[in-house]
Design a protein around this ligand. Structure first.
Ligand SMILES: *[C@@H]1O[C@H](CO)[C@@H](O)[C@H](O)[C@H]1NC(C)=O
Ligand SMILES: *[C@@H]1O[C@H](CO)[C@@H](O)[C@H](O)[C@H]1NC(C)=O
Ligand SMILES: *[C@@H]1O[C@H](CO)[C@@H](O)[C@H](O)[C@H]1NC(C)=O
Ligand SMILES: *[C@@H]1O[C@H](CO)[C@@H](O)[C@H](O)[C@H]1NC(C)=O
Ligand SMILES: *[C@@H]1O[C@H](CO)[C@@H](O)[C@H](O)[C@H]1NC(C)=O
Ligand SMILES: *[C@@H]1O[C@H](CO)[C@@H](O)[C@H](O)[C@H]1NC(C)=O
Length: 623
């Protein structure tokens, strides 16, 4: 009996040990899956911690989005310019009752989640759950970890090894958040060099102030060596005084700890735009974003000085300052949620999740000089970026224009020059491999802007070339198909100018970008109390956004609607004279020369740089 007892009492112990051993084996097998670049596996998540899980429900009528857009944005359409109301957009794309009921029913009946832990957001697009990590793991058949960002050490939850949903549920769910998708805001490589009195360039922060006499010399120097507001006005025929500034709106988005200093704006305005001295952008704070916080000034200085400089005091600039209170929030979602409510949680006072829900005004034009995701066809990225791109499509359907930098890595992703190596791994440093674009620029509902420079020794009378100081981002999307409006232009390039790359090098059927170009180097701006040369496609986007804001100014004055989604018009015959065709330059990357610029549209400079007066007149000729 005692022997038996010992045996019996031993059994649970052996089982426990066996289970521990098994768990260790499972963990050992599961843990080494690829952790997304830029993140480190920190530890297994605490099973008792609460996590806000969001189920993004499949929307209705998304397959018709492109047709709806063409109906109001194709210059040949009788309904050109008749943008949709936000309410019409909401009703048209709201997930069906069947979708909501199926997912809700599975969670409550199938998975035993108490109904009071489940909320549907106001637009009916997101089911949010407040569950423990252990419950989330059971629901999704996943393992949750805590990851830390290699750059700033911030942490977040995720399950890089993937998750699964039952078959009957998965077709109703675009994706669950946070799981496999690891985004993060990155300013498009804003390049900047201190202008030192000796004329030698140092890195940003090298802190040498340029005496005012030298800055004056600089302002009269050639536009090939220092690009001032006057250079931009001459290049783009863009001498602009607003007449509709009391009703027209234009905005720029800054994310995370990227903030401007009013003293830098004044330093710049004193020199180049005296009537703007003392003015700052109008703050639209998203998720508590505060430009007075400490942070990096490079990107906002560039964007805000250029836009306020070009537009002048007759047109206010709105600043979407988007904070990132939680690492589990995707900054793109935060901005989109603030504008249209689509990503919001139900409880606007909850300390977890997005709190600005469709309560911020959308300006007629929004400029974005950040990139958030590589354009990889990958289950950890595609569902999320496709959803974000659809949200942008819904936004532009209401008469908003969204403009973004095409990137500074050429045909490689970002300034770390990442390419997809033959083994299928995104690898930094321009390895041989296939080309990788970037979001949001590759979303077809965005107008993507590449970078040009005045040729060495050249003047503003000549058409610029694609910048050679860095490779301007461009190429073909791995996530989005080529839209009809750019079909002819892109096919012309593929038929006549594309280098003889193997089929695996880039996706010939993808959405091609950039759409247009504008100067990206070397712009004279003020930051951190000194004048510097700065740029990147980071500069090109706000310059082009200013031009489109000025087009809206003219249309509003003529009693017409804003231009909204401009891409179908830009590629149409009626606009063929509105751009200076950039034909020189390439965008190297991934061990190649990238693509060459060419007559007509090309994946380095798009359709070319704008001629404001012609562009404005072409848009004014439309209903
Ligand atoms: C989630 O539920 C727990 C337990 O009920 C609660 O303490 C916590 O505040 C909830 N979190 C949110 C964001 O509602
Ligand atoms: C710009 O904003 C300021 C402050 O809100 C306002 O006083 C001014 O009238 C605005 N300017 C225009 C042109 O609407
Ligand atoms: C930032 O600081 C300025 C000057 O002190 C102040 O007027 C403004 O209200 C502050 N903005 C915010 C959002 O705190
Ligand atoms: C990359 O490709 C280039 C051009 O085909 C070739 O010369 C070079 O050796 C390749 N490099 C590697 C590391 O494979
Ligand atoms: C190319 O783009 C299309 C979308 O047009 C996509 O379906 C396809 O998977 C992409 N191919 C690759 C290799 O990424
Ligand atoms: C573009 O290239 C052509 C031919 O190579 C050359 O003649 C022309 O000067 C170049 N233009 C610029 C702006 O560099």
């Amino acid at each position: 009996m005692s022997v038996l007892h010992r045996l019996v009492s031993c059994l649970p112990m052996a089982l426990t040990q066996l289970l521990v051993a098994l768990a260790a084996v499972v963990a050992a097998v599961a843990a080494p899956g690829p952790v997304p670049a830029g993140w480190s596996l920190h530890r297994r998540a605490d099973p008792t911690a609460f996590i806000p899980l969001k189920f993004s429900l499949a929307q209705s009528n998304l397959d018709k989005l492109e047709a709806f857009l063409l109906d109001v944005a194709d210059p040949r359409s009788p309904k050109y310019g008749q943008h949709w109301s936000p309410a019409q957009v909401k009703e048209t794309f709201r997930p069906s009752k069947e979708t909501v009921d199926t997912v809700h029913g599975w969670l409550t009946h199938g998975a035993g989640i108490h109904a009071d832990k489940i909320r549907l957001n106001p637009t009916g697009e997101i089911l949010q759950l407040n569950v423990t990590i252990a419950e989330a793991e059971r629901l999704l058949n996943a393992e949750y970890y805590v990851y830390s960002d290699n750059e700033d050490g911030s942490v977040r939850y995720g399950c890089h090894d993937g998750y699964t949903l039952p078959d009957h549920v998965s077709k109703h769910v675009d994706f669950v958040w946070p799981t496999v998708h690891f985004g993060g805001p990155h300013a498009v490589s804003r390049r900047s060099e201190d202008i030192s009195p000796s004329g030698r360039f140092g890195r940003e922060g090298g802190a040498s102030t340029l005496p005012i006499e030298n800055i004056e010399n600089l302002a009269t120097a050639g536009c090939d060596t220092s690009v001032t507001l006057d250079c931009l006005r001459e290049l783009y025929n863009f001498d602009f005084t607003p007449v509709s500034g009391d009703v027209n709106t234009v905005g720029v988005a800054e994310f995370g700890a990227n903030v401007y200093r009013a003293s830098d704006l004044d330093l710049f305005f004193n020199m180049f735009r005296p009537d703007q001295v003392g003015h700052i952008p109008t703050l639209i704070s998203v998720e508590g974003g505060n430009p007075n916080a400490s942070g990096s000034v490079g990107e906002p200085s560039l964007d805000i000085e250029l836009m306020m400089g070009l537009l002048g005091p007759g047109q206010n600039l709105s600043l979407y300052q988007v904070a990132q209170p939680l690492q589990t929030l995707d900054p793109t979602d935060e901005l989109l949620a603030a504008l249209d409510g689509s990503y919001c949680l139900v409880d606007p006072v909850s300390s977890e999740g997005i709190t600005d829900c469709g309560d911020k005004p959308a300006t007629n034009v929004i400029s974005i000089s950040y990139h958030f995701n590589p354009d990889l066809n990958d289950p950890t990225i595609s569902p999320v970026v496709q959803r974000q791109c659809s949200e942008i499509g819904k936004l532009v359907l209401t008469g908003i224009t969204v403009i973004a930098s095409s990137g500074d890595g050429g045909v490689a992703y970002s300034q770390s020059h990442e390419c997809l190596t033959p083994s299928g791994v995104l690898t930094a440093g321009n390895p041989n491999g296939s080309f990788v674009g970037q979001l949001p620029a590759s979303c077809p509902f965005i107008t993507a802007v590449g970078a040009t420079s005045v040729a060495p020794g050249g003047s503003t009378d000549q058409v610029e070339m694609s910048t050679t100081d860095f490779p301007s981002g461009g190429g073909f999307s791995n996530n989005f198909a080529r839209p009809s409006w750019q079909d002819a232009a892109v096919q012309n390039y593929l038929d006549n100018f594309v280098p003889n790359y193997a089929a695996s090098v880039f996706n010939r059927s993808g959405r091609a970008y950039p759409d247009v170009a504008a100067n990206g180097w070397p712009l004279v701006i003020a930051q951190n109390g000194v004048f510097v040369k700065s740029g990147g496609t980071s500069a090109s986007a706000p310059i082009f956004a200013s031009v489109i804001a000025a087009v809206n100014d003219a249309r509003i004055a003529a009693g017409k609607s804003t231009v909204g989604f401009i891409n179908p018009a830009l590629y149409s015959d009626a606009f063929s004279g509105a751009f200076n065709d950039v034909v020189n330059g390439t965008n190297p990357g991934c061990g190649t020369e990238g693509f060459p610029a060419a007559p007509g549209w090309d994946p380095v400079s798009g359709l070319g740089t704008p001629n404001f007066e012609k562009l404005r007149d072409a848009f004014l000729a439309l209903p």
